[in-house]
Design a binder for this molecule. Structure first.
Ligand code: AKG
Length: 300
C-alpha cells in the first residue's frame, strides 16, 4: 500500500499512522479561514437548538454539541478536503470511504473526570461471520482544534490501535506513561484510528472547542443504537460552498451517494417530556406575544 502513495509528503504521515494509530497535522487551518471557522462555531454555540436556531444540544453536562459543522464554515470544509488529509485517508481506508459524520463540541471547563478511555463503538458486530471479526473495520477521525489547547486536550495511547474490538477501558488498564496528550494552538489538526485507546483528558482547565469528522466505508453496517440515533447519515452541506468540487471531493463528501440514506429517519427522542414541554412553552410564548401585540394595538 505504501508504495502506491502519490506524494512523498504523505508517506511519513502514513508511517506514523501505521505505527502509532494517530498523526499530527499542525497548522491544518490558519489565517482568515481559521478565524472564519471560529466565528461560525461560536455563533452556533450562542444558544441551544430551538425553533429555527441551529444551536447546540447536549448528551452529557460537560459538552455542547453541534451537528453538521461542515455546513457552517468554508474554513472547516477546506480543512476536511485538504489534499494531504484525503491522500492519507485514501491509503488508510481505501478509496470507498466518505465522511459519515461532522460534529464539533465545546467541552466546558471542569475538574470532573467525566470521560472514560475507550476505542469507539460504531460497527454492528452482531451479524457477521468470522472473517469480519478477524479484522476490525477501519475508521479514522479528523480532529481540528478551534481554540488553543494547553491542557484538557485529546489523549491517545500510541500503538493501541488495530484489530481490537471496541470497548471502554478501565483507568488501570491504560499505561499512563505512554499517553500522548495533544496540545496545540487553534487550527491544529490530527488524524486517529478510532480503534486505539483514547479520551478527552480531564480535568479541562478552560473551555475547549474542537471538531471531530468521521471517515469510513459507508458499506460497513453500524450498530443498532447509532441507527436509532440517526448517526452516520449523509452530511448536511451548504449549497453556497460546494460548487466546483473535484470528483474526489464529491466522493468523500458523499454527494450523490446513497449508502447512508435512510428515508424518513429521525433521531429517537432522548427526553420526550422535555421535548413536549419545550413545544408547549414555545406555543404559549407565541400566544403571549400575540396578546401583547393586540393590547398594544388597542392602546395606540
Ligand atoms: O473530545 C475528545 O478529546 C475525545 C473525543 C473522543 O473520545 C472521540 O471522538 O471518540
Amino acid at each position: 500500500m505504501l508504495a502506491l502513495l502519490p506524494d512523498s509528503r504523505v508517506s511519513p504521515l502514513l508511517l506514523s499512522l501505521e505505527r502509532d494509530g494517530m498523526v499530527m497535522l499542525p497548522s491544518l487551518l490558519t489565517g482568515t479561514l481559521l478565524r472564519e471557522a471560529q466565528r461560525a462555531f461560536r455563533a452556533r454555540l450562542a444558544a441551544p437548538a430551538n425553533h429555527r436556531f441551529r444551536g447546540w444540544y447536549a448528551t452529557d453536562r460537560n459538552r455542547l454539541i453541534l451537528d453538521d459543522v461542515l455546513a457552517d464554515s468554508e474554513g472547516l470544509l477546506r480543512a476536511a478536503l485538504d489534499p494531504i488529509v484525503l491522500d492519507v485517508a485514501d491509503a488508510w481506508l481505501r478509496r470507498s470511504w466518505q465522511f459519515t459524520e461532522a460534529k464539533g463540541w465545546r467541552t466546558l471547563a471542569t475538574d470532573s473526570s467525566f470521560h472514560c478511555w475507550h476505542g469507539d463503538a460504531w460497527y454492528d458486530d452482531g451479524h457477521h461471520d468470522a472473517a469480519f471479526h478477524a479484522r476490525v473495520p477501519r475508521r479514522l477521525k479528523l480532529a481540528v482544534y478551534l481554540s488553543d489547547v494547553d491542557g484538557g486536550g485529546f489523549g491517545y495511547v500510541p500503538g493501541s490501535h488495530g484489530d481490537v474490538p471496541h470497548r471502554t477501558r478501565r483507568d488501570d488498564e491504560v499505561p499512563k506513561d505512554r499517553v500522548r496528550n495533544v496540545r496545540g494552538p487553534a487550527g491544529t489538526g490530527f488524524l486517529f484510528d478510532v480503534s486505539g485507546t483514547h479520551r478527552q483528558i480531564c480535568p479541562v482547565p478552560k473551555d475547549r472547542d474542537a471538531v471531530f469528522l468521521v471517515m469510513n466505508d459507508p458499506a460497513v453496517p453500524v450498530q443498532p443504537a447509532d441507527v436509532a440515533a440517526d448517526r452516520y447519515r449523509p452530511l448536511r452541506l451548504n449549497a453556497a460552498l460546494i460548487g466546483g468540487l473535484s470528483a474526489r471531493e464529491r466522493r468523500v463528501l458523499g454527494i450523490g451517494r446513497r449508502e447512508l440514506w435512510r428515508s424518513g429517519a429521525t433521531p429517537a427522542l432522548r427526553q420526550p417530556h422535555l421535548a413536549r414541554a419545550i413545544g408547549v412553552a414555545s406555543l404559549a410564548a407565541l400566544g403571549i406575544d400575540s396578546l401583547v401585540a393586540r393590547v398594544r394595538a388597542r392602546l395606540t
